[in-house]
Design a binder for this molecule. Structure first.
Ligand SMILES: NC(=O)c1ccc[n+]([C@@H]2O[C@H](COP(=O)([O-])OP(=O)(O)OC[C@H]3O[C@@H](n4cnc5c(N)ncnc54)[C@H](O)[C@@H]3O)[C@@H](O)[C@H]2O)c1
Length: 463
């Protein structure tokens, strides 16, 4: 096993593709290797971490798989409000798996060290706080909270209980983001001034019309518990339960679901504490299936000058009926170049610098002046600027692909379990998680209230 790991690390070193001299520091790779080795070293029979997943839907199964891919982790229990998903959990993980619809039964068990919370957004903070108070480490899916008002309390509970707590925006653990951060911080694109980022889709499943099981009913679904955080007693509705993202009562719309990933990546790379102004517009253009959140949304977000970064502007877009197809990117624009991140697996840096001399002629007022004046301007210009000053520096392109086989979801769990084993800080703690969730939720506030939202990023409060 140890030699397999060494072989993997060797491959990891040799498969990195990083071109362009001057941008080849491998610190991020080394950090990743150190993390893998650390987790590997601590795997001993009496050192197992026993987890339970609460919310065994699409992401619950994915997170469980990623968590179990880390050595020394085993699944003790699963919780869900729909019986069919508990049956599926037993099909995959064995009949002995403890399953329940009541998450308190999970939190009461002494043999569970950590819980993965992958419920609908409306339940995240309630379960996370209860779990930390019961002495469990928590891996909470994003967005950390459903409502802006929940963030500070969850941070307080984490600080009081000191339990390991990580939010699940896995891109912040990806090698590609670590490398992009390193190059950005080293000045690869000069001074940052704006960022454009999007997640566009063109499909029913992409627009959250997920498959509903044929036995969905109040008998198979704990509908009362599902809507308990909202204090509502609506009649049973399969769409609301299985397609909860389409309703702001349980989800956080495209902003909380997808902008939050983009914002997490931006904060990770820039070390930002967050923006001060948020404005968004939205429309329900195509998926008119009863949902009460937009399917096309754009936001303009302003980040103030701070010790961590210069002032910059961010424009975010989610378009669920985009004729462009499924396209997502994050593009950091600086005074001397651009970082283009297409997904969690790699990026390209295009460096473009201006010449020292400003130039004259072409689309300019130069030709509009009398001949003698043109000659005088040219003589003056040539005296002022050397030939080197007039040259446009050669543009450079740097491409990075993370090694084959590396996976940010796995790495994010490595990070979480490492923190449980060694006490080292997680990459995405409650403060980071709330600072990423808050601007995303503020996009919804802006859209629903039709106004600019002012935010204090340091104290994490509405202004
Ligand atoms: N990190 C990522 O890339 C990523 C990707 C997809 C989803 N997510 C997040 O994961 C979460 C789940 O999304 P999904 O697509 O898996 O949804 P889903 O509808 O497939 O699953 C959610 C499950 O939570 C269960 N649930 C709700 N309240 C519960 C409670 N009180 N106790 C126990 N179970 C409860 C429901 O029964 C349901 O089965 C969301 O918060 C979403 O934002 C993250």
């Amino acid at each position: 096993m140890a030699s397999d790991r060494r072989k993997f690390l060797k491959q990891l070193g040799s498969t990195i593709v990083l071109t362009s001299a001057g941008l080849t520091s491998l610190a991020a790779q080394e950090e990743h290797e150190r993390r893998i080795l650390q987790a590997q070293k601590r795997v001993m029979p009496n050192d197992k971490i026993r987890i339970a997943t609460i919310g065994m839907g699409i992401m619950g199964f994915n997170d469980t798989r990623a968590a179990l891919s880390v050595p020394g982790v085993e699944l003790a229990a699963c919780c869900d409000l729909y019986t069919g998903r508990l049956t599926r959990a037993k099909e995959l993980y064995g009949n002995d798996l403890f399953t329940t619809r009541n998450f308190h039964e999970i939190l009461d068990r002494k043999d569970i060290d950590a819980v993965v919370i992958a419920t609908s957004d409306n339940w995240h903070s309630r379960i996370a706080e209860a779990a930390m108070r019961k002495g469990k480490a928590v891996y909470s899916e994003k967005p950390m909270v459903h409502l802006l008002s929940e963030g500070l309390n969850e941070i307080k509970v984490q600080q009081e209980t000191k339990m390991v707590f990580q939010v699940g925006s896995q891109r912040v653990s990806s090698l590609a983001f670590a490398k992009a951060k390193e190059l950005y911080q080293a000045g690869a694109i000069g001074k940052l001034n704006s960022i454009q980022a999007s997640f566009n889709r063109q499909s029913a499943l992409g627009a959250w019309q997920y498959t509903i099981p044929l036995d969905a009913s109040p008998q198979t679904v704990d509908w009362d518990t599902f809507q308990a955080p909202e204090g509502t007693k609506l009649p049973y509705d399969s769409n609301r339960f299985f397609r909860w993202r389409n309703y702001r009562e349980y989800g956080t719309g495209v902003a909380g679901d997808l902008f939050v990933h983009l914002i997490s990546g931006i904060h990770f790379i820039t070390n930002s504490k967050g923006p001060d102004k948020i404005y968004s517009v939205g429309d329900l253009v195509y998926w008119k299936d009863g949902r009460n959140v937009p399917d096309v949304m754009n936001a303009i977000i302003h980040y103030p000058d701070s010790p961590e970064h210069p002032a910059f502007q961010v424009s975010l877009q989610v378009n669920f009926i985009s004729g462009e197809g499924e396209v997502g990117y994050t593009r950091f624009v600086g005074s001397e170049g651009v970082i283009d991140i297409s997904d969690d697996t790699g990026f390209t840096i295009h460096k473009n610098k201006m010449p020292v001399a400003p130039g004259y002629g072409g689309w300019d007022s130069f030709d509009t002046y009398p001949k003698a004046m043109q000659q005088a301007i040219a003589d003056d210009y040539n005296k002022k600027y050397s030939d080197a000053d007039k040259q446009t520096p050669k543009s450079e392109t740097t491409t990075y692909h993370q090694p084959e086989g590396s996976d940010s979801s796995h790495d994010h769990f490595v990070n979480f379990f490492d923190s449980m084993r060694t006490g080292k800080p997680v990459v995405e703690d409650a403060i980071f998680g709330f600072r990423a969730a808050a601007p995303a939720l503020a996009c919804n506030e802006s859209y629903f209230q039709n106004k600019v939202i002012h935010w204090d990023p340091v104290n994490m409060k509405l202004v």
